[in-house]
Design a binder for this molecule. Structure first.
Ligand SMILES: Cc1cc2nc3c(=O)[nH]c(=O)nc-3n(C[C@H](O)[C@H](O)[C@H](O)COP(=O)(O)OP(=O)(O)OC[C@H]3O[C@@H](n4cnc5c(N)ncnc54)[C@H](O)[C@@H]3O)c2cc1C
Ligand SMILES: *[C@@H]1O[C@H](CO)[C@@H](O)[C@H](O)[C@H]1NC(C)=O
Length: 446
């Protein structure tokens, strides 16, 4: 039996990343008096998937679902998130409603893009068929490429990009102002294990040996959640690759208020942020894992690690993407790069649930590569799960579901694409060559 829940309950959040800070904010807004977060790093953690200049506010096309219940969940999530970006003063300053372009190149990629619930003129999208169509979406001189084989759609409103790091910091600041306590540091904040007692979870133990006891424990450790608690193969830590290039003053003048450009088989970029004047881009691929076999039980798992370099092959893909879109930038050196870990559930739906066996444990993980843009509201859903208040369809979608991960197909592409040759799940263990970018900041440790 867990202790009855009240506003006086002690609540411990493991991980002060994207979902952890959102949860702290919503708990404080609902009046919970004792909220503590544990993280090896102060916000923004260098290993948080949200510690990034910018992210896409989820495109309507990916809010699709196989049936009406799934569509309800996807639409609820995206419309609540959008409301948060447009109305909540904590998040509003960081949403740039610049619109977005979605594109594909191969027949399979186009078929995916143009699925029944995909973009259409009826839904307000403008079709893009020629190189001139693409070039006309941005000021002259930005998109100088030939867009070979590209087809796409342009949505001018209701989507765009968000300043990820700043919005995460803003949420953390507000949670702290409302009284949430952040315990951080290599030893003091890093959770080694949960505290199991009488068939329940009673808090977490940090590396310094301290036992943080709590009435409820919420696990929000992103890709590292499976290291702390046995997630029964429901999470696959998967990494993507990102790189920055420095822009000149003149280019920065030109590269303003640009829609996000995303080719689901090539990559994406967003306009440079105002602080560092760097253009961020990601090459697109189904993801990298770091496969490791446990010698004791022969179990296979993907183990995250931090690195401020990317595989050479990812650099080549990123440059290939630039060559098709902005060849004038294609050979410019990278000023920054990193790998970035998220955790995929088998169907890429979130995992937000009380644990069926440990009544005081709540899971808030499985963001599946699309969890950032939900930061304004995701903590509200996680709090709803703790309070047993989730709408039934949401609860079903978010449930603890190990049965869906039995004999999991670890190499499943999960509806993701990449250019020919990289249209498969990849393993960091196979990478021999990495970029050699002089890091401006010290290499983060895990
Ligand atoms: C390259 C890339 C591009 C992306 N683009 C988008 C996008 O455009 N739009 C979008 O919506 N989403 C995007 N995502 C996905 C999004 O970033 C993630 O879904 C989201 O940030 C995950 O949030 P989280 O809280 O689960 O994990 P994180 O933000 O990673 O937080 C996990 C936290 O746990 C902490 N932690 C780790 N180990 C421990 C421990 N032992 N004890 C205590 N704390 C610990 C970490 O320090 C970290 O702060 C992208 C992801 C990547 C990698
Ligand atoms: C993969 O994970 C293992 C731990 O199991 C780690 O020792 C190794 O360094 C990781 N791989 C890379 C390429 O860093």
């Amino acid at each position: 039996m867990s202790s009855p829940l009240s506003l006086n309950s002690t609540i411990l959040i493991v991980g002060a990343g994207t979902w952890g800070v959102s949860t702290a904010l919503h708990l404080k807004r609902r009046g919970y008096k004792h909220v503590t977060l544990l993280d090896p790093y102060p916000v923004p953690s260098p290993i948080s998937a949200g510690n990034d200049v910018n992210k896409i506010l989820e495109l309507g096309t990916f809010a699709a679902g196989a049936d009406s219940d799934e569509r309800f969940v996807a639409n609820t999530l995206i419309s609540e998130a959008t409301k948060g970006w447009l109305e909540d003063p904590v998040f509003k300053p960081y949403f740039h409603e610049t619109g977005c372009i979605i594109a594909a190149t191969s027949a399979a990629g186009r078929a995916h893009m143009n699925c029944a619930s995909g973009p259409s003129e009826d839904a307000g999208w403008v079709p893009l068929k020629t190189k001139e169509d693409f070039q006309a979406t941005m000021p002259k001189g930005v998109l100088t490429g030939d867009f070979p084989g590209w087809e796409g759609w342009w949505m001018k409103k209701g989507s765009g990009w968000i300043h990820a790091r700043k919005s995460m910091e803003s949420a953390a600041r507000e949670a702290e102002r409302l009284g949430a306590i952040f315990v951080t540091g290599d030893e003091k904040g890093k959770v080694e294990s949960l505290i199991f007692q009488n068939g329940d979870v009673k808090g977490a133990k940090t590396l310094d040996g301290f036992e943080h006891r709590a009435d409820r424990t919420i696990l929000c450790a992103g890709a590292n959640s499976g290291i702390i608690f046995d997630m029964k193969d429901q999470l696959r830590p998967t990494a993507w690759t990102l790189a920055h290039i420095k822009m000149t003053k003149e280019e920065l003048q030109l590269y303003k208020n640009l829609p996000v450009l995303f080719n689901i088989e090539r990559g994406f970029f967003m306009e440079p942020d105002e602080d560092k004047g760097e253009l961020k881009m990601c090459d697109e691929h189904p993801g990298y894992c770091n496969w490791t076999v446990n010698p004791q039980n022969a179990q296979r798992s993907s183990v995250p690690f931090a690195k401020h370099q990317i595989p050479k092959e990812a650099e080549e893909r990123a440059r290939g993407f630039l060559r098709e879109t902005m060849p004038h930038l294609a050979d410019r050196p990278f000023s920054f790069a990193r790998i970035c870990w998220c955790a995929d559930t088998p169907n890429r739906a979130f995992l937000i649930s009380k644990h069926p066996e440990y009544p005081s444990l709540v899971l808030g993980c499985g963001a599946s590569g699309h969890g950032f843009c939900h930061i304004p509201v995701i903590g509200g859903f996680i709090t709803d799960a703790m309070e047993d208040k989730l709408e039934p369809r949401m609860k079903h979608s978010f449930r603890w579901r190990p049965e869906t991960a039995v004999n999991r197909k670890w190499d499943d592409l999960q509806d993701r694409f990449g250019p020919e040759g990289s249209n498969r799940m990849m393993n960091f263990g196979d990478i021999v060559e990495w970029t050699n970018i002089q890091p401006e900041i010290a290499e983060a440790r895990l």
